[in-house]
Each structure stands twice: as structure tokens, then as C-alpha cells.
Design a protein around this ligand. Sequence first.
Ligand code: SF4
Length: 319
Amino acid sequence: MSQTAIRSAIFLEEMGVGAHWSLRNRPAALAPAEVVEAAPEPVADAERPVPAVERPVAAPPVRVQPAVEQPVPAPMPEAVPPPVMPPRVAAEVPAVPRAVAEVPAAPRADDDSTAWFDEAPVPARAAPVSDEAIAAMDWAQLRTAVASCTRCDLCATRRNAVNGRGPTEASWIALAAGPSRLDEKDQRAVAGEAGQLLDNMLKAIALKPDTDVYVTNLVKCRPSGEDGADRPPTIDELTACRPYLHRELELTGAAMAMTFGQHAARGLMMGPAARGKVMRYGAAGLPVVATYHPDDLLRRPEDKAKAWGDLCLAKAARD
Ligand code: SF4
């Protein structure tokens, strides 16, 4: 029983009211704040009994709802601006030392690239043989010297030096300007189809290629351009190789010369040259007749008639 009910019971008993009436269908559990104090019914003064002793009635306790402290929301954090990064300054980036950057990477064991081979030091060029030494050579020495010659830059690009061919003693000498790609490959002066046509031209004037005519080039190594194509020899290359030609003329004893192609004619004469006349070469006055190269005649067969005239001129000059 609550304090209120106890106090009400005491109050009613003191007033002689008797039984204490309570609320029907009272909820089993009412919240304390919802309990309504039953007010005493008014009693007429005449009927009101005089209490024997006036007891002070204690004031009902005042329910004080405890103040509920509302949670104070935490202040929203102020937006923090993102940190400002200092601008990147290129000068502050330490540069890689050049000495380190230029060190070539060592080839891996499984690296089959040949790029490293290009960086191998070029072996020093052997000392060139002198004019005097060439002038004293026999055939064997001459061929060996040509094969390993370093007298001009063509030695750096040649695949093979090309020596002359034919008899070691010959009354005629046939001269071309320089080895072609095929000559270099076959290591034969005026090789292939051009060589066959040359032999036929010589036979046409009653010469035996195997016994009468020595065939050679003014330069023994193939001149080639940057594109790899054949090119005529330069004056420097002609000059460097000239001692070998002079020695071939001496060793063969040739008394008549024919040049094949305009570059051969100009290269031998070291200047202007012309077809249709007998030119003279060197201190001995070697007779020279110029005509077309067999390769030219293969491309332009209509020039064979002119070539036939050149051959007849040379034959007449020799006889
Ligand atoms: Fe020697 Fe003559 Fe060849 Fe030049 S062209 S490297 S001079 S053989």
C-alpha cells in the first residue's frame, strides 16, 4: 500500500468513515505520476465529527521529477582544410649522376643480342704496304698483299679483295674499274654473265682468254655507297691501288690494254677518256682503247656494234 493509501486509511478511520473504498478495475500498475489521489468526500459540518485530537497532516510528498540532463551534442568539428602541399620544384629533385646513368648495362647470360658486339673496339688497321715493296713483289706476294691490303678505306668495307685472273704472262690486259658485288662474291674479276660476254668479245678478235689476256680491276676491293650499291672508285682509291696495277703490267708484260666501261677509261687515264681512238698510258706509252663494259652491252645490246668497232681498233693498234 502506498503512503497515500495509508494516509487516507488513517484519515478515514479517524473520521469514523469506516471501510475504505477503493477504485474498481484499477490498473495493475499505474505509473506513479498517474496515480490520482482520491479526494475526501465533503462532509457537512453538522455531521462532521470533531476529532479528538487534531493531528497535523503531513503534506503529501511532492514528486519531483529529476531533471534529465539533455545530452549536449558535441560541437561539430570545424572543417579542416586539406594541407597545402608545397609546389614541386624540379631543382629540388636530385639529379641522377651522369656517371651512373652512362654505365652500360652488363649483358645477361641469356641475352642473345649482338648489340654489344658493335661496341667492341675496332682492331687497329695494319700498316699499309709501301709502293716500293709492291714494285718488288712476285705473283704470289702480290696476291697475298692484295688480299690483306690496307692502303685505302675500301679495306674496311670489303668482303673479299679480288685479284686479277688469267695467264701470268699475257700480251693483252683487260681492265674494269672495280669489282662488282658478284665479282666480290665469286672473287673473280668480271664474273658471271658479263665475264662470259667479255671472253666472247676477245675471241671475236682472235684472242685466247686463257693465254692471251689478263683480266683485272683498277681497284681490287669493291667500292660501295651508303645504300650498298656498287659505285665507281674515287681518285684516292684509284691512286692507292695503282702500284698493284703497275706491278701487274710489269709481271704480265702486256703491250696492249683495253678498258671496259667509262669509269675504267677515266680511272686509268685519271682524267678525260674517249672511245674511238688509241690513248697512251704511262711513261712507256702503253696503247689503250676504251669500249663498253659487258654489263652495259647486256643492258643495251644495240651498242654491240660500237663495241665491235672498238675491238677492231684495238686489234689494229696491237698488230
Ligand atoms: Fe688496297 Fe687496292 Fe683494296 Fe684499296 S682497293 S685496300 S689499295 S687492294
